[in-house]
Design a protein around this ligand. Sequence first.
Ligand code: PGA
Length: 266
Amino acid sequence: MMRPVRTVLIVANWKMNTSPTDAGELAGTIAKATDERLVRRVICPPYVSLAAVGQALAGTGVEVGAQNVHAEVSGAYTGEIAASMLVGLASWCIVGHSERRRDQAESDELVGRKLIRCREAGLTPILCVGERLEEREAGRAEETVRRQLEGSLSVTAAAGGIDPELVIAYEPVWAIGTGRTARGADAAAMADAIRDSCRELGMPDAGSMPILYGGSVTSASIGEFLAEPGIDGALVGGASLKVDEMAGIVARAALTARARVEAPSA
Ligand code: PGA
């Protein structure tokens, strides 16, 4: 059977960096430096910079994403942002990032409710999963990720089904912002486990679901991940604030995207 041709996707997570003024300028410069139409590119700036980044990216083909969304539809949640408020500002949304799981104690169940809010608002979700160092060292990396997926996706499955647009980012916590990366083969094994788990949870077409690797990706390390047929791109943090790094990452991603289009069953 022919493997589905999955798009190659590079997502920039700017985290709590940039002001609305410099975010627009940086986004425009990155768009020009990464003009590879076969690679789907998304920039996720802080909320307050979504409008400026959206304006700067108009007509470039680069899409805009939010870094988080609230689990409720609306209400007395001071300082929070609902999915419906993002409509027109973003078309993607990161959910369940490990920094939020760590700092805001986000549970798998809460992340599942955020996925429902994304679906209602038409935002394509990027669900982040990944094990901590002690879990990997104890041989429990796969078990951890399967538990995270089950805890979140069972919530969405019970509320009308898993979003067919779902994208998953495998981000080992010990690799985020540390300069350490997983090995390509380990990330690929995890991508297989993620697709298996999603099939078991009620996504028969999990084979066509994009899976990204995240954790200290740079222009030097991206090749190791994109050499794996099961990995479809990257969620990039620190390096995504550097124009040259983004140019290198997207240029490497374009090689994979072209190869996939030319030899879809390879
Ligand atoms: P990093 O962040 O590339 O700086 O490690 C990745 C992420 O948190 O998505």
